[in-house]
Design a protein around this ligand. Structure first.
Ligand code: NDP
Ligand code: MG
Length: 388
């Protein structure tokens, strides 16, 4: 059976690697709909190469450009466009490769309608974890993780029940500043932070990896995806990024999943998950080349974002959504030169400290909290800029 894909965020790092998976399996996959946010030219090239007839863009101006270039295409734009794209006819699986909380709406729309989602967009699970899990349970649709750590855990958990599990162990590369002193962290630049040692990712995810907020987001993501309490989710730094995560079982055994650090592997696994293992044409892991795998504890004094995430996860309610939105704003401000590196976790902490939790019951509740945290973070960044 040919599987129809909606690829949301097709122009980004995960989106492009998803297209590589399609190129490797043209007889089994068909791209029904793609979306972009700013790179309309790249979107047009993708639509032409994969003969895609439906596209979603940010605004009406972009929609005009697409209509001129692809007169036969159906073009969606505006606030509801991603959700509409996710519900397009012929879509069997939505690959959500959008960055940030913009991914919440289409994920929920797909799950509500009973459509499976291969989810790279971890911010969705962090900000709207309970809603997303409940929507999937209600409709029977599946959330299949694309994030390499969660893909690894899902693979290790196959055939086991939650009662078999003692704990989850998420691996972290440690990012570009793993060995940097606390003093050095005061002066690191955007290009230092973007130089990730093992993974090539979009800018926001790379900055999150440098602060370890990425691992914090992933701890919360793991809690919701696998229903494991926070005190049974641990993080270990593993600089080679060969073991993508592990599960510890109650009998003392651990299972790990290993591969070269190549996101096409977890993307392909997610797309074909119900078909078992499918041939992949990319580089294989050669353990004799790797030679050595090392592990160390994360340094939560130099990288406070990880503990902030545990704190928000444990506190529950709207705290994870607030942390996520404040972090998006702070990471973007760092990239724009408006905030120093240590200021990212600093701003997130201040936004969390000034938040009174509510229980977000609906999508609108989540979006309202997200908006509040963004406004608050921007105000604190401006204030911090004035006092420097
Ligand atoms: P990129 O920045 O490379 O790509 C983001 C994609 O989302 C682009 O297609 C972009 O469009 C689109 N986009 C950006 N902002 C918006 C918005 N406000 N509304 C709608 N679409 C938008 O990110 P990545 O591919 O690196 O990451 C995507 C997601 O996957 C993130 O949640 C990330 O955490 C997660 N992830 C990424 C990994 C990686 O290796 N890259 C690994 C694990 C998880 P355009 O380019 O046209 O502006
Ligand atoms: Mg990851």
């Amino acid at each position: 059976m040919v599987r129809g894909l909606a690829i949301l965020g097709a122009t980004g790092s995960i989106g492009r690697q998803t297209l590589d998976v399609v190129r490797a399996h043209p007889e089994r996959l068909r791209v029904e709909v793609v979306s972009a946010h700013s790179d309309v030219n790249a979107l047009l090239a993708i639509a032409k190469e994969f003969s895609v007839r439906r596209v979603a863009v940010r605004d009406g101006q972009q929609a005009e450009i697409v209509r001129d270039a692809l007169p036969a295409a159906q073009v969606m734009w505006g606030d509801g466009a991603l959700a509409e794209a996710a519900l397009s006819p012929g879509v069997d699986l939505v690959v959500n490769a959008v960055v940030g909380s913009a991914g919440i709406r289409p994920t929920l729309a797909a799950l509500d309608a009973g459509v499976d989602v291969a989810l790279a967009n971890k911010e969705t699970v962090v900000a709207a974890g309970q809603l997303v899990v409940t929507a999937a349970r209600r409709s029977g649709a599946r959330i299949i993780p694309v994030d390499s750590e969660h893909s690894a855990i899902a693979q290790c958990l196959k055939g086991y029940s939650p009662d078999d599990v003692a704990s989850l162990l998420l691996t972290a590369s440690g990012g570009p500043f793993r060995t940097a002193s606390a003093d050095r962290l005061r002066t690191v630049t955007v290009s230092d932070a973007l130089a990730h040692p093992t993974w090539r990712m979009g800018a926001k995810n790379t900055i999150d990896s440098a602060t370890l907020m990425n691992k914090g987001l992933e701890v919360i993501e793991a809690h919701f995806l696998f229903s494991i309490p926070y005190h049974n989710i641990d993080v270990v730094v593993h600089p080679q990024s060969i073991i993508h995560s592990l599960v510890a079982f109650r009998d003392g055994s651990m299972l790990a999943q290993l591969s070269v650090p190549d996101m096409r592997l977890p993307i392909q696994y997610a797309i074909f998950e119900s078909d078992g293992r499918v041939e992949a044409p990319w580089e294989r892991l050669d353990l004799t080349q790797v030679a050595k795998l090392t592990f160390e504890a994360p340094d939560t004094a130099r990288f406070p974002a990880l503990n902030l995430a545990y704190r928000c996860g444990e506190a529950g309610g709207s705290y994870p959504a607030v942390m996520n939105a404040a972090n998006e704003v702070a990471a973007m401000a760092f990239m724009a030169g408006q905030l120093d590196f240590l200021g990212i976790a600093g701003i997130v902490e201040r936004v969390i400290d000034s938040h009174d939790s509510v229980t977000p019951l609906t999508l609108d509740d989540v979006l309202a909290v997200d908006h509040w945290a963004r406004v608050r973070a921007r105000a604190l960044i401006t204030e911090r800029g004035r006092s420097v």
